[in-house]
Write a protein that binds this ligand. Structure first.
Ligand code: ADP
Length: 350
């Protein structure tokens, strides 16, 4: 086994390679001391029990877990490009086609959860993980809960302060619409560069949320403005549903099939396919099936993508090394489980 420390608040997260199979995982390591109280234990048991039942292409895959006297170890699908929070930190704002690309995947994962009666309750940029292939995966089910009737709903406030819905702040409970509200905040943040209700004072932020007081920059397209205001409605029943969001005119615009890895750090050059190209690729698909043939992609374009991908991984690695030189937190080798051997290096991301 080989470990690299990724980061963590409540838990520490390691990038781990099983050297016998070369399979890579993200491993969340939670010290037993952090879950000694019954409510803490309940929270982590809830996260595991809920997450292990999920299987969807836009949800982080749960592999397995075990515990020893020192820690609980949760093995998850590794999302090597970290999260939308990291992309947002580097880019600040994304283009509309990119926002459509990510939102479609978030909505697909969220519809899966809601259809199974599960609320995420902590939708934020840091919980949208991105894998090597630039696919988005919804993750971190630490606050997720089964949907209850309005009367049964827990009235506790949980989630990320900036993205809390008015009804959650008013202790009326969290419904699927409250996840949709957070999604609206995510969309706003990606397009405008900062969260809609961000102020220097938390009390003021809560006031703005309750009054739905925020600015819509005129730099946004009219369709984006309309969609955001259709989502950020005070009354949950006035809010657009996930299907209405997908059918909104904002989504009539071009959505790329894939984003290049370079878009993690710089504005991508995206070209909507010409009508002729669309026609030919449709023809090719119906004639030769869905599998992409190699000739579809110009070789030099492919090489360029690979080179950029290397460049981006290089940038990420550089930043890891830089951080390591002054960050000394992180587990000592001896604190790693004895049944997992060969810890060579530790690196802290974020
Ligand atoms: P927190 O909620 O305190 O951020 P997490 O345990 O969710 O803690 O994650 C800790 C760190 O590990 C974060 O930086 C996160 O981006 C990273 N991380 C969590 N899960 C994965 C994963 N599946 N793939 C890659 N990185 C992950």
């Amino acid at each position: 086994m080989q470990f690299f420390l990724i980061a963590g608040g409540f838990a520490r997260c390691y990038e781990m390679t099983d050297l016998s199979s070369n399979k890579m995982y993200a491993v969340k390591v939670i010290p037993q001391s952090r879950v000694s109280k019954p409510h803490q234990r309940e929270k982590i048991t809830n996260e595991i029990e809920l997450h292990r039942t999920l299987a969807h292409k836009h949800v982080v895959k749960f592999s397995h877990y075990f515990e020893d006297q020192e820690n609980i170890y949760i093995f998850l699908e590794l999302c090597s490009r970290k999260s939308l929070a990291h992309i947002w930190k580097a880019r600040h704002t994304l283009t509309e086609p990119e926002v459509r690309y990510y939102l479609r995947q978030i909505i697909s994962g969220l519809k899966y959860l809601h259809n199974r009666g599960i609320l995420h309750r902590d939708l934020k940029l840091g919980n949208f993980f991105i894998n090597e292939n630039m696919d988005l995966r919804l993750g971190d089910f630490g606050l997720a809960a089964k949907l209850e009737t309005v009367e049964q709903r827990k009235k506790t406030i949980c989630g990320t302060p900036n993205y809390l819905a008015p009804e959650v702040l008013n202790r009326q409970g969290h419904g699927t619409e409250s996840d949709v509200w957070s999604l609206g905040c995510v969309m706003y943040t990606l397009m405008c560069g900062s969260p809609p209700f961000e102020t220097l004072d938390l009390k003021e932020t809560y006031k703005c949320i309750k009054e739905v007081r925020y600015n819509l920059p005129s730099s946004l397209s009219p369709a984006a403005q309309k969609l955001i205001s259709g989502i950020l409605q005070k009354n949950p029943s006035d809010r657009l549903t996930l299907d209405q969001i997908l059918n909104h005119e904002f989504f009539k615009g071009f959505t790329p099939d894939k984003l290049p890895p370079s878009s993690c750090v710089m504005v991508p050059e995206l070209h909507p396919p010409s009508p002729a190209k669309k026609f030919f690729s449709k023809m090719a698909k119906s004639l030769f099936g869905k599998k992409k043939s190699k000739v579809e992609k110009i070789p030099c374009e492919e090489k360029e993508d690979r080179d950029i991908s290397k460049l981006v991984s290089g940038i990420v690695k550089c930043s890891i090394n830089r951080q390591i030189s002054y960050k000394t937190v992180g587990p000592r080798l001896s604190s790693l489980p004895s049944n997992l051997t060969s810890t060579r290096r530790q690196e802290k991301l974020q």
